[in-house]
Design a protein around this ligand. Structure first.
Ligand SMILES: Cc1ncc(COP(=O)(O)O)c(C=O)c1O
Length: 449
């Protein structure tokens, strides 16, 4: 017999009653513990919309205002310290204030900023990046991951003399390239979407768009959309089909280039035509880069006739070039990158088995040092929009974890950084398990709907 709307409503209310109640209590506790952050939030609202200039940094009821950080510890303006398992959404790979990077930045400062000409720092860093990432024969710097992806897509359209792009539904490639829902701010490229990890659909769509398709842009592991690894058959299908139709394959490795010594494309042994980079590769400063096949990137060569022009006042800014180079050359060496990947895998497996023992509908997905929690009964294989109830669970667990001194992303993303120790990992796992156990019945009741 089908349920009436009223009986569904009252069942929903009953099953979320305890969750709502727990969330209200957690919000109250958080608000009373963070009066300075709350005031800072209220004041900043006068000039910044919602006190925010970077959408991802907002979480309800208001984010804590951060004061300083060192290693993998962060402090807010109310005097609380947190273990940093956010790692600045992967940009904070080196932790905060790595001494080698700090020394390199101070040295660079002494030589002067914004010199207005090429310096040896960009050439030195470009050479290291080209050696490190197998698909990058030639490259260019810019200032953010968003810019790198815009330039990669525009280059692909110019190179192929085609118009359309194909993206993964639910993916994120930057502030104006957001494909989770419909963003009115997106660049109006003619855009097609496919579901992540659906090889059959990918092949069909690439063939159907045919000679109009300039590029497919894809993260080999979806980052912001839930740390969901791409299945190798899926990625290989896209590689093969784009080659057949003459479209370019762009791997957005803004986050995933931290996986192993050669980035995720190197680890998977797939050769995209263009790779985009960002985040940690700026050594903690603003950064973006794109590179790939020499015959594509060489179109920017200003000594050639009809070269593509790509200016950018801060493309070669000395601080990002120096910090980025020192980080990759001296800290995140190929050896460290390989062992850091293994360390991440081991941490995820440990946490996963403890989560499994809880018997709750929770999954942990990811690769290496990047992972994400999902409150669902099945392991997600493509990005999805969380339901309002899942949002509430994420909020409850996040606020309670902050209460226990653990800092990670509201949406469940956890990123390791180099200074995170085994003891810190253990403390994080224990806090998470304790929190989930405490709210076991609220979660199970609410997710039964
Ligand atoms: C996969 C991916 N691409 C691109 C970007 C955009 O980089 P940026 O924030 O430096 O513009 C992000 C940022 O989170 C990202 O995760």
């Amino acid at each position: 017999m089908s349920k009436t709307a009223t009986s569904v409503d009252s069942e929903t209310n009953n099953s979320t009653y305890r969750l709502n109640h727990a969330l209200e209590a957690a919000q109250k506790q958080y608000t009373s513990k963070n009066p300075n952050s709350r005031n800072a939030f209220e004041t900043a609202k006068n000039s910044l919309p919602g006190a925010n200039t970077r959408s991802v940094l907002f979480y309800s009821p208001f984010p804590v205002t951060l004061k300083r950080a060192r290693g993998a510890l962060i402090e807010d303006i109310d005097g609380h310290a947190y273990q940093d398992f956010l790692g600045e959404y992967t940009a904070g790979l080196y932790g905060h204030s790595h001494p080698k990077i700090m020394a390199a930045i101070s040295d660079a400062l002494k030589k002067g900023l914004t010199l207005g000409g090429p310096t040896s720092s960009e050439a030195q860093y470009a050479s290291l990046i080209c050696k490190r990432f197998p698909a990058i024969e030639r490259m260019r710097f810019c200032n953010s991951g968003t810019e790198a992806n815009i330039l990669a897509l525009s280059s692909a359209r110019a190179f192929t003399n085609r118009t359309d792009i194909l993206v993964i539904d639910g993916s994120y490639h930057g502030g104006v390239l957001s494909f989770a829902g419909e963003s009115p701010l997106n660049i109006p490229y003619p855009t097609h979407r496919i579901q992540f990890n659906d090889s059959e659909q990918a092949a069909k769509r690439i063939r159907a768009i045919g000679s109009k398709l300039a590029a497919v842009i894809i993260e080999p592991m979806i980052g912001a959309g839930g740390c969901i690894p791409g299945e190798s058959e899926f990625l290989m299908t896209i590689r093969e089909e784009t080659s057949k139709t003459g479209a370019l394959l762009i791997f957005d490795e803004v986050m995933t280039s931290r996986h192993g010594a050669t980035g995720l494309h190197g680890m998977l042994d797939i050769r995209p035509d263009i790779v985009t980079l960002g985040k940690y590769l700026g050594g903690g400063l603003s950064f973006g880069a794109f590179g790939g096949r020499a015959d594509i990137v060489d179109r920017f060569d200003p000594t050639k006739t009809n070269a593509w022009s790509h200016a950018g006042t801060f493309n070669n800014n000395i601080l990002s070039m120096t910090a980025g180079f020192t980080g990759l050359n001296e800290v995140f060496t190929t050896k460290i990158a390989d062992s850091f990947f293994i360390q991440g895998e081991q941490f995820r497996e440990r946490l996963k088995s403890r989560l499994n023992r809880l018997g709750l509908p929770i999954h942990l997905t990811g690769m290496g040092s990047m992972m994400a929690l999902h409150f669902s009964s099945t392991v997600p294989t493509f990005p999805y929009a969380p339901t309002p109830i899942q949002h509430k669970i994420y909020e409850l667990i996040h606020l309670e974890m902050m209460h226990l001194g653990q800092f990670y992303a509201r949406r469940g993303m956890i990123n390791l950084s180099l200074p995170v120790t085994v003891d810190m990992c253990e403390e994080f796992c224990t806090a998470l398990i304790k929190t989930l156990e405490r709210f076991r019945s609220e979660i199970t009741e609410a997710l039964k709907i």
